[in-house]
Design a protein around this ligand. Structure first.
Ligand code: ATP
Ligand code: MG
Length: 243
C-alpha cells in the first residue's frame, strides 16, 4: 500500500521553478531520504506534502487522502530543523515540549484523560531514551538530546509517518549517528514510515531503503539506497572533491 503518492507535481516560486512534474511514491514502512544540494527544493517539497504550500499542478496523497484536504493529523508528524522550530530560551520542560505534541490529535477541548496522556508522554520519552530528563528545561540539554525530545514530541500521537527536515544539522558526529540509529529503530521495530531531508547521507543510508535525489533543474530521481550508496562511493573513487 502506498502511504505517500506525489503525482505530477509542479511548483514555482515567482522567480524560480523548484519542482517540475515530480512523480514518486513510497510504501508503508519505507524509509526515504530526500537529498540534493542547497536550494534544490527539499524543504519546499516537504512544505508541499504538508500542505504549507499548494502545488501549481498535480496532487499529493497521504494514505490515500489528498494533502489539500488532509484531516487525519494524528497519522503524521513533522520534526523541523531544531533551531528554527523552537525558541530554546522559552522556559519549557522536556515534559511540556512532548505533551504539546498531543494537541494536533485531540485539540484543546478534547484533551485525553490525565492518566492516559501521562502514559503517552512517558512512553514517547522512553522510546527516545530521554525519560530521565523529563523535568529539565529544554534549553539546558545538548543539541542531540534536544533533537531526541523533538522526536519524542513527534511520536506522542503514534503517527504512521514522520517527516523530518535536516534533523541532524549542527549536532556532533557521534550524536548524529545515535539519532540515525534511533530513526532506524523507529522504522524497523515500530514500522513507522520515515521521510527525511538530510545532508548526512553517509550516516543514514544504512537505515534507509530509498533515496530521492533532487536536481537543480527541478527534476528528481528515486533510487534504492544500496544503488545510491554504490553510486556515491564510486563517485568518490573516480573523482577528487579537492580543487
Ligand atoms: N519563500 C520563497 N520565495 C521565493 N523563493 C524561495 C522561497 N523559499 C525558497 N525559495 C527558493 O527556492 C529554492 C528551493 O528552496 P528550498 O528551501 O526548498 O531548498 P532546500 O533544498 O531545502 O535547500 P537547503 O539544503 O539549503 O535547505 C531556493 O532557490 C530558494 O532560494
Ligand atoms: Mg531546506
Amino acid at each position: 500500500m502506498d502511504i505517500l503518492q506525489v503525482k505530477d507535481v509542479s511548483f514555482d516560486y515567482p522567480d524560480k521553478t523548484v519542482v517540475k512534474n515530480l512523480n514518486f511514491s513510497i510504501k508503508k514502512g519505507d524509509f526515504l531520504c530526500i537529498v540534493g544540494t542547497n536550494g534544490t527544493g527539499k524543504s519546499t517539497l516537504l512544505k508541499l506534502i504538508l500542505n504549507v504550500l499548494k502545488p501549481d499542478k498535480g496532487r499529493i496523497l497521504i494514505d490515500g487522502e489528498n494533502s489539500r484536504h488532509f484531516k487525519s493529523f494524528n497519522k503524521i508528524s513533522y520534526v523541523s530543523q531544531k533551531a528554527t522550530d523552537f525558541n530554546l530560551s522559552f522556559p519549557a520542560t522536556v515534559w511540556e515540549v512532548v505533551a504539546a505534541g498531543l494537541y494536533p490529535s485531540f485539540g484543546f477541548l478534547r484533551f485525553p484523560k490525565k492518566r492516559d496522556y501521562k502514559k503517552r508522554v512517558f512512553k514517547a520519552l522512553k522510546t527516545v531514551g530521554m525519560h530521565k530528563y523529563y523535568k529539565k528545561l529544554i534549553g539546558q540539554l545538548s543539541g542531540g538530546q534536544q533533537q531526541r525530545v523533538f522526536i519524542a514530541k513527534a511520536l506522542v500521537n503514534n503517527p504512521q509517518i514522520i517527516f523530518l527536515d535536516e534533523p541532524t544539522v549542527g549536532i556532533d558526529v557521534k550524536a548524529v549517528d545515535s539519532i540515525c540509529c534511533l530513526l532506524g529503530e523507529l522504522n524497523r521495530k515500530m514500522g513507522i514510515t520515515i521521510v527525511m531531508v538530510t545532508h548526512d547521507i553517509s550516516s543514514i543510508i544504512y537505515h534507509s531503503n530509498k533515496v530521492l535525489k533532487l536536481s537543480e533543474d527541478g527534476s528528481a530521481r528515486l533510487v534504492d539506497s544500496v544503488d545510491f550508496g554504490q553510486e556515491t562511493i564510486l563517485k568518490h573513487i573516480h573523482h577528487s572533491n579537492c580543487k
